[in-house]
Design a protein around this ligand. Structure first.
Ligand code: ADP
Length: 222
């Protein structure tokens, strides 16, 4: 029997009402993301990328369809169960890193792990930061880092709970090409270790990825 995919998106749709207008943000989107794959969702601003990632990550209930992570139907769970499940299984990175400005780099990375009671949290956070070339910066505050370094901190934080799935919404959008490559290398390492990535982008060189999909007005094309 084939292994259950890390993420299965089954025919989801999400519509918004905005000032009397009906907006079909995503329509009839299906996608399977097996363990160890790196998928790209390309599309211009407004094409539905963020809506799709939020729905995929259990943060936005679709109007239709189902989302399964490791075989578990996210929106069939209670809100509390989904919150815990998400914390353990799904990491997020965004273009704006959402680091906590008054916490050190190390504490930012440790933060999601505290509620989840992750064993050896300090050691794991230190190791992740070292792997991302930030071993010397653990006591610094986000304001003391470059944009690329901040994104690496956000990525380390997203990986602290060893999630099966990482959802990345334009994580390299603010970065120059060198820093973009560093982030992509970090993501590839995570994929090689058995993770699965879905990354939204409106630009980016797309060679080398497992699959590149295009979202256009809410519809996904291969
Ligand atoms: P992208 O990430 O590709 O820029 P989004 O998923 O953010 O696309 O948006 C898709 C469409 O849905 C856009 O037309 C956007 O204006 C609309 N939209 C997104 N979020 C909301 C919301 N909370 N309320 C109303 N419309 C929204």
């Amino acid at each position: 029997m084939a292994e259950t995919a890390t993420l299965t998106i089954d025919n989801i749709a999400k519509h918004y009402e905005q000032s009397g207008n009906h907006i079909a943000a995503i329509e009839a989107v299906s996608l399977e993301v097996p363990k160890g794959t790196f998928k790209i969702i390309r599309g211009p601003s407004g094409s539905g990328k963020t809506t799709l990632l939020l729905a995929a990550g259990g943060l936005l209930r679709p109007d239709e369809g189902a989302v399964r992570v490791r075989g578990e139907d996210l929106y069939a769970m209670s809100v509390d169960k989904r919150t815990v499940f998400r914390g353990k299984n799904i990491g997020f990175v965004f273009q704006q890193f959402y680091l906590v400005p008054y916490l050190s780099v190390l504490d930012n990375v440790k933060m999601p792990g505290i509620a989840l009671d992750i064993p050896e949290l300090e050691t794991r956070a230190q190791a992740l930061l070292k792997g991302f070339q930030l071993g010397e910066r653990v006591k610094h505050f986000p304001s003391e880092l470059s944009t690329g370094e901040r994104q690496r901190v956000a990525l380390a934080r997203a990986l602290i709970a060893k999630p099966a799935l990482l959802l990345a919404d334009e994580p390299t959008g603010n970065l120059d090409m060198d820093n973009e490559q560093i982030i992509l290398d970090c993501l590839w390492n995570y994929v090689r270790e058995g993770g699965a990535v879905v990354m939204a982008t409106h630009g980016l060189r797309t060679e080398g990825f497992d699959d590149v999909y295009t979202l256009n007005a809410g519809k996904l094309h291969v």
